[in-house]
Design a protein around this ligand. Sequence first.
Ligand code: ARG
Length: 287
Amino acid sequence: MSDTLVDNQKSVPQRRPSQRTILMCRPDHFTVSYRINPWMHPETPTDTSLAVKQWETLYETYRGLGFDVQLIDPIEGLPDMVYAANGGFVLDNIAYGASFTFPERQPEGPAYMDWFRQHGYDVRVPKEVNEGEGDFLLVGDTILAGTGFRSDSDSHREVAEIFGRTVITLELVNPSFYHLDTAIAVLDPSPAPGEKANIAYLPSAFNEAGLAILRERYPDAILVTEEDAAVLGLNSYSDGYNIVIASRAKDFERQLRERGYNPIGVDLSELLLGGGGVKCCTLELRR
Ligand code: ARG
């Protein structure tokens, strides 16, 4: 009947949500007491109860989407433990442990590995410095791997050996986007056979070599604005249809909607003081 409707149906693909299982850590001990990224200002006070409240909204949002949300107990004295994405990289029931760059976070590595062991994952103790899913993103069958600020490129080789997948090294060049998950968002975590997984990214976070790879592999990627990236808008979590994003990332929200996704804004302003957003608080568990 309506031509526009037919046109729209043709141009905007039908997105399908997929079931997700994730690990989170309540920010009961969250504060900013040291500075290991440019977002952190230990002299500025933080509000732990507000951080918990905002985190709970994220937790409830995920539960509302039907995700299986697992929890790891927070440990006093490890204020960054809320950023569960850094706790490891889990795929094919194998949990590759994290080995943190900075001493302040190093005890988190064994704590997360204990949790993985207790929950039946095949834990691989890392030989190389790496910060888990903060720098390893599964896109289709490929693992995009970040380096430059945190994970050592030797860990990319280790991941390739352990998981037997193609690992593509991308060098990050802007200290504000120090983990790959602050510069790239995975939009399609479980593409149907024959379907291509797409991403969104911030071009200025990469060097020329990385940009050439991204342009070639993801010609249809969403390129986000500097403004949206500056509120960690890319640090988002998708089930293939619903994408939980920073509520302040307004252009990204519009871009996602135009592509047929359903963006859901959540305000994590307090956790942004530690340099993390939605995705940082979320570790994907893949059996
Ligand atoms: N304060 C933490 C750090 O600098 C934030 C980690 C953010 N996590 C992430 N996956 N980007 O290590």
